[in-house]
Design a protein around this ligand. Sequence first.
Ligand code: ADP
Ligand code: MG
Ligand code: MG
Length: 210
Amino acid sequence: SVAVGVDDLTAWLRRFAEVVHERRDELTALDAAIGDADHGSNMDRGMAAVVAVLDDAPPTDAAGLLKKTGATLVSKVGGASGPLYGTLFLRMAGAAGDGDLDDAAVARALRAGLEGVLARGKAEAGDKTMVDALGPACDALDAGVGAGKPLADALAAAAEAAAQGRDATVPLVARKGRASYLGERSAGHMDPGATSVTMLVEAAAATMGR
Ligand code: ADP
Ligand code: MG
Ligand code: MG
């Protein structure tokens, strides 16, 4: 088991910020179809602010870094995704404990993040939200770590599960968030938040546990 420390988490966050920036227009186009066309700009603004923290005043421990990330997203991103992504990272921070994270602690932290999103947003599986990608990712990560897979492999499986969950949001009718205002007309479009959270898990697989 390779310990995940502040350097790994920093690499993860920087990678996620890069991908969100590169694919900002794609996220916004998805949100234009079933929301208010701001998910790309919301996430890009929030993660740019996180990168500014990493550049200027980076916390020196894993939990502190996760906490600062959550607080930054809450303060810089409005709407639904700011509080939800903020809660995800704040709950990860709360679960992280002192020092570096072993494989099981990484899985526990992401699960705690999911539970925070569920508590805050009240979405259930199948409501066409970020939960539909993050939930399967947590399940796959737990299964992989529980089976003794190297963290990199368990995260790769989690990223694959997130992508499948994201793709499975296409036919769903939204029951939470702005997209739910469209009712049946929300079907036939991929959920923006499920797409960005898949990028988050893919970024973890690309940077952590190796
Ligand atoms: P807003 O809808 O306020 O403009 P964004 O466009 O940034 O915020 O984010 C929209 C995404 O937020 C959706 O695609 C969905 O994945 C996620 N979302 C919205 N409401 C909820 C909720 N109650 N629970 C979980 N995720 C949600
Ligand atoms: Mg929006
Ligand atoms: Mg909005």
